[in-house]
Design a binder for this molecule. Structure first.
Ligand SMILES: *Cc1c(COP(=O)(O)O)cnc(C)c1O
Length: 371
């Protein structure tokens, strides 16, 4: 008997979002306008109090424009993790700067301060941690290193809406932070990104860069792009913003259940003082080689109809696109994580029955793998 598939992720788009989009369509004005402006203010109030937020058409654009606004360009180095989505390093490379890949610490999968320290050169301009899977990076140590070496800090908070460390919200630590609004992220606008800026100067630069370098029409001040968000997307995002806290609480409750019931795997630990928002619930199959881990993923899907994901099977410094920036680099914890991790469904649409099926499936398949 084949059960219905439990998907690894499930964007929630309801009647409220459809009504909000319809209202924008009915207005006849769909490009960047009042909805975007309202979304920026509401997002800032919700996640990054005191910061100016600027909406763009994707998270990747947000990173790219944030880096440009902070003055990153050719000759500069920005330290990033290799164990992340390629957008992190891509954004650095697209500015003409060099992404320098550092290793992660094994518990929380985020940048390891000791590896950052070893990666600093006289060209280093900034450190850009990723709050991977929704767990905050070690910001006190990163901030201390940045202060010691006169570096900027940028945050890739694509996966971490609402995460915090010692009461400080992610997105409020550095010169800028980017939140992604892609459909599988903790909230969506369809496609989109939000850049939270530490100063009005950075915010103004991001606004200029997303709009051909114009503040006053046809009086272009900078060479820029068209990375604007539409009012259609902002309308979706505004509705999602009213629901994201409840969804996060459900993700956290789902994670708690998985923590309590999974056996034979390493469940994701949470650092002292950290609030994890579980964009992904990522376990390790300790000691697994990539092939064995992949066998578990296949068995979960084919024998138990449980979807899962591997984020990310190939470290960025091994990708054909980014490897040229990292000749001969070895990052042992990154390589180990890439071979061992599996992200299980944790999204807020899971039922209790789904959670129990996931636990049974993992406990069965992993015991079998070990036998
Ligand atoms: C999703 C993601 C991005 C890119 O965001 P998009 O909105 O898809 O462009 C960047 N970094 C990380 C870590 C991500 O997960």
């Amino acid at each position: 008997m084949s059960l219905p598939m439990i998907p690894a992720a499930k964007p929630i788009i309801g009647e409220d979002e459809r009504r909000a989009v319809d209202a924008v369509l009915a207005s006849g004005m769909v490009a960047q306008g009042p909805e975007v402006k309202a979304f920026e203010a509401e997002f800032a109030e919700h996640f990054t109090p005191g910061r100016a937020c600027v909406a763009v058409n994707s998270g990747t654009s947000g990173l790219h424009l944030g880096l440009l606004a902070a003055g990153i360009g050719p000759g500069d180095e920005v330290i990033v993790p290799s164990f992340t989505f390629a957008a992190t390093g891509n954004a650095v490379a697209l500015t003409g700067a060099t992404p320098v890949f550092a290793d992660i610490e094994p518990d929380h999968f985020c940048l390891d301060p000791e590896s950052i320290r070893a990666s600093i050169t006289e060209r280093t301009k900034a450190i850009m941690p990723v709050h991977l899977y929704g767990h905050p990076a070690n910001m006190p140590a990163i901030r201390a290193l940045a202060d010691e070496h006169g570096l900027m800090v940028f945050e890739d908070a694509a996966q971490a809406h609402g995460a915090s460390l010692n009461g400080e919200q992610v997105g409020t630590f550095g010169t800028f932070a980017m939140f992604s609004l892609y459909p599988t992220k903790n909230m969506t606008s369809g496609e989109g990104g939000m850049v939270a800026c530490a100063t009005e100067e950075i915010a103004r630069n991001v606004r200029l860069l997303r709009n051909q370098g114009m503040e006053t029409q046809y009086a272009n001040e900078l060479v820029g792009l068209n990375n604007r968000m539409t009012d259609i997307h902002a309308a979706i995002g505004r509705v999602q913003l009213t629901k994201v806290d409840a969804w996060t609480a459900q993700r956290q409750a789902n994670a708690k259940f998985l923590d309590a019931h999974l056996e034979g795997v390493t469940t994701p630990p949470v650092a002292d003082g950290a609030v994890h928002v579980y964009h992904q619930y990522t376990i390790r199959i300790p000691g697994a080689a990539g092939a064995e881990r992949d066998r578990v993923v296949t068995a979960l899907r084919e024998e138990h109809q449980v979807g899962s994901g591997v984020y990310y099977p190939i470290p960025n410094h091994r990708l054909a696109s980014l490897a040229p920036y990292a000749p001969g680099l070895e990052l042992p914890e990154t390589e180990r994580a890439a071979a061992e991790v599996i992200s299980l469904p944790v999204h807020p649409s899971l039922s209790q029955d789904d959670l129990e099926r996931i636990v049974t499936a993992v406990n069965t398949v992993v015991v079998k793998a070990g036998a």
